[in-house]
Design a protein. Structure first.
Length: 265
């Protein structure tokens, strides 16, 4: 999934770079040979791909701009089919950017709107696979891993427990069945006789210790915190679509439109 997101990101930035002119206006996040990647463009990129960090967006843009400029200097030949594809996508990106520039900064989504959307559309937000909220420790020494397991079992709160998270490599968060090593998956999602701490499991000379805080079966509802960004983007896209219709109505009134040799309005 992440690979697909990054691929889409690279393609979008590449094509957007094809459209971009030298621009000295606005705050600049990066530039390559006088071609600019502005903060506004960065914000739109992050909004489109929130799972990718800002510095990764900037790095991807720089890499693609360097390659694009080199390709232009070489006058890389493009076949007619590829030229047609680029032209179509470039037109779509140009239109989207135009609408974003007109209204993107002025559109606001409130927390209340997001909560109301979530309540009305809860049936859309269910888990397709089992999930779990975990603390995943990765330790170099088996004795140390066993010691950590003992401390986790003994202390649910307090300084000694906090020190484990400060002094060790730990992932804390939600995971979905199938995203970890198969052996770790089995420890977490198969019958564990209600054990909430599993491991240590030796994988490639590292010992994996997992504290299972909560499990969620397939079909259970996703919390608002997990789908907040998705709902936000849906609502923004809906408002942009409405604004696009308003722009089209205005443009139609000012334009002369001919269909089959007949002028229409």
């Amino acid at each position: 999934m992440m690979y697909n997101k990054i691929t889409v990101l690279f393609a979008a930035i590449f094509l957007f770079g094809c459209l971009q002119k030298k621009n000295n206006s606005g705050n600049v996040s990066a530039s390559v040979n006088g071609v600019f990647f502005t903060e506004a463009m960065l914000k739109r990129a992050v909004a489109t791909n929130p799972d990718i960090r800002a510095n990764e967006h900037i790095s991807a843009w720089i890499n693609n701009e360097l390659l694009y400029q080199a390709a232009v200097r070489m006058d890389v030949p493009l076949d007619l089919k590829l030229k047609s594809t680029i032209k179509k996508i470039s037109r779509s990106l140009t239109i989207k950017t135009y609408i974003d520039l007109l209204y993107g900064g002025s559109l606001k989504i409130t927390n209340q709107e997001i909560k109301e959307y979530y309540k009305k559309n809860k049936e859309q937000f269910f888990r397709h696979k089992p999930a779990a909220r975990i603390n995943h420790f990765i330790i170099s020494d088996k004795k140390e891993a066993t010691k950590i397991k003992s401390t986790l079992a003994k202390y649910k709160h307090g300084k000694k427990r906090d020190e484990l998270f400060i002094n060790n490599r730990v992932f804390s968060g939600m995971i979905i069945e199938g995203t970890l090593n198969k052996n770790l998956d089995k420890l977490i999602f198969t019958k564990r006789k209600k054990k909430n701490i599993v491991g240590p499991l030796d994988l490639k000379n590292k010992f994996h210790l997992i504290e299972i805080l909560e499990t969620f079966p397939k079909g259970s509802p996703l919390g608002l915190d997990l789908v907040y960004d998705e709902i936000y983007q849906r609502l923004i896209n809906k408002k942009l679509a409405l604004k696009k219709d308003e722009v089209l109505d205005s443009l139609r009134n000012k334009a002369e439109i001919v269909v089959n040799n007949k002028t229409i309005k």
